[in-house]
Write a protein that binds this ligand. Structure first.
Ligand code: SAH
Length: 214
């Protein structure tokens, strides 16, 4: 009950107040119990306006970042979406409330196991998980209507852009290890276009087409 109230406040004061208007995004974030995606000790902070640690030196993004990235994907209910960087599973859960199917890849086994368990407990049966280096994408399941990378990369991995459907949208942080720009990539008959959505700060995308594991 208390968490329902905190969640409503988060949507109003952090998301709507900062220009999130997509009703699908607002509704999803009002529904998904974010406090279950962090450790019990941090549950009371889960609806705060900041990122939180999720173990393994990784973080769950600040609510507004999740909302901005999700809104940028311009989703509709029949879309199939690929996420790279499952982490806590929160972003995948938000996506699963909006679209028909979510494919999510994580390279740290313990994080993936925790997220998978939570998806099952919450009956989010339209989320399909994979333990792998996500920088290669998920070719067998491509093309995707939308792709979201929730870790920062030195450049846009072409191999992933190739897995976008015609009319597809992709959002990801690109830049140095400490500071990135959020880039929206759109694919149509004329090719690829890029829009810079502003500065952001993510953990590293580590893998063959990301940063080296050091
Ligand atoms: N979307 C997550 C945010 C997780 S932080 C959430 O909602 O909680 C970024 C995640 O990307 C980390 O868990 C990290 O392990 C993962 N990651 C980094 N490089 C990766 C790669 N090459 N493939 C898959 N996951 C990766």
């Amino acid at each position: 009950m208390r968490y329902t109230t905190l969640r409503k406040k988060m949507v109003k004061n952090q998301l709507q107040a900062r220009g999130i208007t997509d009703p699908l995004v607002l509704n999803a974030m009002e529904t998904v119990p974010r406090h279950l995606f962090v450790s019990e000790a941090l549950a009371d902070q889960a609806y705060g306006d900041f990122p939180l640690p999720i173990g393994e030196r990784q973080t769950i993004s600040q609510p507004i970042i999740v909302a901005e990235m999700t809104q940028a994907l311009q989703l509709s209910k029949n879309d199939r979406v690929l996420e790279i960087g499952t982490g806590s599973g929160y972003q995948a859960a938000v996506l699963s409330k909006i679209v028909s199917r979510v494919y999510t890849i994580e390279r740290i086994h313990s994080l993936l196991i925790n997220a998978r368990k939570l998806f099952d407990e919450l009956h989010y049966f339209n989320i399909i998980t994979k333990y792998s280096d996500g920088t290669c994408g998920w070719r067998d399941q491509s093309p995707f209507d939308a792709i979201i990378i929730t870790a920062g990369a030195p450049k846009i991995p072409k191999i992933i852009v190739d897995q976008l459907a015609d009319g597809g949208r992709m959002v990801m942080p690109v830049g140095s290890q400490h500071l990135q720009e959020l880039i929206l990539i759109q694919k149509d008959q004329n090719g690829i276009s890029q829009t810079n959505l502003g500065g952001c700060r993510f953990v590293k995308l580590v893998g063959e087409h990301g940063w080296p594991n050091a």
